[in-house]
Ligand binder design. Structure first.
Ligand SMILES: Cc1cc2nc3c(=O)[nH]c(=O)nc-3n(C[C@H](O)[C@H](O)[C@H](O)COP(=O)(O)OP(=O)(O)OC[C@H]3O[C@@H](n4cnc5c(N)ncnc54)[C@H](O)[C@@H]3O)c2cc1C
Length: 442
């Protein structure tokens, strides 16, 4: 009864996370004809946005997506991508991106820091327990620093809401303090870009060596859209899948994840769960890991701890006294996104070594901060940064172009190595740089 939907634009952007949103915003600001195709929907006005129910609704597989090795991946599918569920930490790109790979985004990153007023939360909002952990770390000789944030209490006030950042920030921001890439999608639309939600791109249309458009389904109905330039920004899992379905089978061979876990210990005083997440961090760049203050949201804690046995699970009863330190590892490239739908991410010997080092430092720090040694344990691994699956240097040149003319990739999948730090500022920098280049070419 209904035929195929036909669309066209000068630029098609697939995905609306920080990669897609940035490119779409910058192009549309210059009057370009942009079509954004987003698999998910906009949940910001829904009553369940920022709740446990919401997190299940908008995360792939209701937050129960696992690698073959049992690592739990959180991959939100929605307008704004994973920035709805991120903890809003900001870190500049690693120096090696410029020195080793020739990708210089310093100007774009400096501009973004200014534009979004990225800075640590004011001292009084850094959290008493979080600050206790950071000071314990410093006393042991580790130089913990107040983590810069895409989060500003002033934004809550402007929306007549009160600042209420805590572990539940990872379900979606209800107090308005956190910047979300969906805001740049709104801006792009304000400049004339078209957004279609519920639009899942299946493959890129290619004629010889030139991209000519995309095809897929919009709310289950087949569509095809033509454009001479396609920017794939479907994230570390989505982008390699689309490329594989388009015949670029080298995509998804190997990936990075910044493999993450939390180390918990019980103290007599107030814990970190009700404080803003990740307000303090310490990086050991030489060994390859980063630590930050963080506790799982209350209802998610037992789901993680149950895999560690009765003792850790029962500590749920004293969740508000738990001190938590998150470990993020600079994992080696391994496993990948497989054409059969599976995701593999085995730990290498190097990853095990980094984890061992980080675990020792966390234990020491938690004890120094007042946690009882016998209560300290590490939760199962989690993956919040699926990345490095369409790498610069392997599949992309430094301009983020594939071997197909007119086909670019701009998201976490392009990282040539594990970033081992918050990704979003780097992705925005890459997006701004790509948009500049596309504008000058056109
Ligand atoms: C719980 C959590 C906490 C985090 N905390 C931080 C933090 O504090 N700081 C930080 O910098 N980073 C953080 N991150 C990581 C960061 O949010 C992601 O790395 C980043 O959002 C990735 O951006 P992206 O553009 O690559 O893709 P995504 O944000 O994943 O966006 C990709 C978009 O593409 C869409 N899509 C996928 N497939 C298709 C398709 N076939 N067709 C159309 N659309 C498609 C998806 O629905 C999605 O909206 C966190 C992530 C999580 C999950």
């Amino acid at each position: 009864m209904f035929g195929k939907i036909k669309l066209s634009a000068d630029f098609i952007v697939i995905g609306s996370g920080p990669g897609g949103a940035t490119v779409a915003r910058e192009l549309s600001k210059k009057g370009k004809d942009v079509l954004i195709l987003e698999r998910g929907h906009d949940y910001r006005e829904k009553f369940y946005y920022g709740t446990y129910l919401g997190a299940m609704r908008y995360s792939q597989h209701a937050s129960l997506l696992f690698t073959e090795e049992g690592l739990n991946i959180i991959a939100p599918l929605m307008v704004g991508g994973a920035t709805s569920m991120y903890t809003a930490c900001a870190a500049p790109p690693p120096q090696w991106l410029k020195d080793t790979y020739g990708v210089d985004i310093e100007t774009e990153v400096a501009q973004t820091i200014d534009e979004l007023e990225i800075k640590p939360l004011p001292l009084e909002l850094l959290g008493t327990a979080s600050t206790r952990i950071a000071m314990a770390g410093r006393a042991l000789g580790y130089d913990w620093f107040a983590q810069p944030k895409f989060m500003n209490p002033e934004r809550s006030r402007q929306q007549a809401k009160s600042f209420d950042c805590r572990a539940t920030c990872m379900l979606g921001c209800r107090c308005g303090a956190k910047w979300n890439a969906a805001e740049w999608v709104d801006e792009a639309r304000g400049h004339g870009a078209r957004l279609i939600t519920g639009a899942r791109v299946k493959k890129i249309l290619i004629d010889g060596r030139q991209a000519t458009g995309v095809q897929g389904r919009i709310m289950g109905r087949p569509f095809h859209a033509t454009a001479p330039t396609v920017i794939l920004a479907a994230g570390g899992i989505g982008s390699p899948r689309v490329l594989q379905d388009s015949g670029l089978n080298e995509a998804g061979v190997g990936m990075t994840m910044d493999i993450t876990t939390m180390v918990y210990g019980l103290s007599r005083k107030k814990g970190t769960g009700k404080e803003p997440p990740m307000t303090w961090s310490w990086e050991n760049q030489q060994a390859g890991y980063m630590l930050s203050t963080l506790t799982d949201p209350w209802l998610l804690y037992p789901l993680a701890a149950v895999r560690k046995g009765l003792g850790p699970t029962l500590r749920w009863l004293r969740w508000n006294k738990l001190l938590g330190i998150m470990i993020k590892l600079k994992d080696d490239i391994s496993g990948g996104i497989y054409p059969d739908g599976k995701i593999r991410k085995p730990m290498t010997a190097g990853d095990d070594q980094r984890l061992h080092d980080a675990w020792q430092v966390c234990r020491q720090t938690l004890v120094e901060a007042g946690a009882k040694k016998s209560t300290i344990f590490m939760r199962p691994f989690i993956g919040t940064h699926p990345s490095g699956s369409v790498r610069i240097g392997d599949m992309l040149n430094t301009d983020l172009q594939t071997r197909i003319d007119g086909l670019y990739v701009c998201d976490a999948s392009v990282f040539p190595e594990a970033l081992d730090r918050p990704t979003v500022l780097t992705i925005i920098g890459l997006g701004k740089r790509l948009a500049k280049m596309l504008i000058s070419d056109s």
